[in-house]
Write a protein that binds this ligand. Structure first.
Ligand SMILES: NC(=O)c1ccc[n+]([C@@H]2O[C@H](COP(=O)([O-])OP(=O)(O)OC[C@H]3O[C@@H](n4cnc5c(N)ncnc54)[C@H](OP(=O)(O)O)[C@@H]3O)[C@@H](O)[C@H]2O)c1
Length: 322
């Protein structure tokens, strides 16, 4: 009888966790018992790609925590609007001088050292760099031009590496720092219909996992944030199988995705606790992350079966894959 009761409790907890959990258990623990983003008050945070989506929501999250900000992307007009909203969100904690709008084209690698110099001249330090900017991709491998693969790698892999290389000497000189990347669940497992994006995100996982080890003696921490599907402009700007052709799809409110605000909140907790890696997604993607991390042989076997549905949707031009 007692065994049955215990089994029932385990099943009920399992069902609740499966239905309501939207992040990994380490992050959940830190939400309940760890530091919050408000503990980052006064820190200087540089966010790339914050003119929309997750980056924009991150700007508001860090602004409401009282962080000073560097806002970067190409669309300067949008960054100025984000800046104004950050000042409002901070409820008096931040003035205009606390937020630097620093336009940046991540594909212009040669500009990264001088832009970084400008940022350090302004704030004298950067506590947290968030390599967030990026573009998703839709297209089957067999139909995708090699030029597209190259463009995805240039933006989603090489650009964050380049900005990081520009900032590292400054962080080492200032005695430490924290680099956060918006990776993806696609950085943990194969995502049919987004192969080059998946490869780029796996690439940054590998690069920054290595950096974490190499730069630990310099007190540099690394946080890899791996969101699942999130509401943003991602599908408007996503690469397709043809070079220079965007997907141009607006996400619908009815789609089953995490809000950018929730994603930013979770990333804020991850930043405050300097967690090495966090998974930000409800099930089934969260469950897949656990499977791929801990039982890869079995996970890869079932992915071949389950992944066909997603590949067929991409083939049929269906944008909502979840
Ligand atoms: N949405 C999702 O479902 C999801 C899931 C997992 C991971 N992610 C990751 O989250 C990050 C943010 O994406 P998002 O979903 O928030 O999409 P988004 O709304 O399209 O935001 C992308 C940001 O990247 C910037 N960007 C693009 N190309 C750039 C360039 N050449 N130079 C500088 N900035 C550039 C954009 O700004 P400008 O156009 O103004 O330059 C924009 O601010 C990406 O790394 C993405 O891979 C998204």
């Amino acid at each position: 009888m007692e065994m049955l009761l215990a089994a029932a409790v385990v099943v009920i907890i399992g069902v609740i966790l499966f239905k309501y959990l939207d992040c990994d258990l380490t992050l959940l623990w830190n939400i309940k018992f760890g530091k919050q983003s408000s503990d980052l008050v006064g820190k200087v945070v540089w966010i790339t790609g914050c003119s929309s989506g997750i980056g924009e929501a991150l700007a508001y999250e860090f602004a409401s925590a009282g962080c000073r900000l560097v806002l970067s992307a190409r669309r300067e007009n949008l960054l100025n609007k984000v800046k104004q909203k950050c000042i409002e969100t901070s409820r008096g904690a931040l003035t205009s001088d606390d937020i630097l709008v620093q336009p940046l084209d991540l594909l212009d690698y040669n500009s990264h050292p001088s832009v970084t110099e400008t940022v350090f001249k302004y704030f004298k330090k950067v506590d947290i760099l968030v390599n967030n900017a990026g573009r998703s991709q839709r297209g089957l491998i067999v139909e995708t031009a090699l030029e597209v693969d190259r463009q995805v790698f240039d933006l989603d892999l090489l650009a964050p590496i380049s900005v990081t290389k520009a900032i590292l000497p400054y962080m080492i000189k200032q005695g430490g720092g924290h680099i956060m990347c918006t990776s993806s669940v696609a950085g943990k497992l194969g995502a049919p219909g987004s192969a080059s994006y998946t490869a780029a995100k796996h690439g940054i996982q590998g690069f920054f996992d290595t950096l974490r080890i190499e730069c630990a003696p310099d007190s540099i921490s690394i946080t890899m944030a791996c969101p699942g599907p999130v509401f943003s402009e991602a599908l408007v700007h996503a690469f397709t199988s043809e070079p220079n052709k965007k997907l141009n799809v607006e996400m619908k409110k009815s789609w089953n995705r995490m809000t950018a605000e929730r994603c930013a909140y979770l990333m804020g907790v991850a930043a405050a606790n300097k967690l090495h890696e966090v998974w930000l997604t409800p099930n089934p993607e969260l469950f897949y992350c656990y499977l791929f991390q801990y039982i890869p042989y079995f996970a890869k076997k079932i992915a071949v079966k389950l992944g066909q549905g997603r590949a067929n949707k991409v083939k049929a031009g269906i944008a909502d894959l979840h």
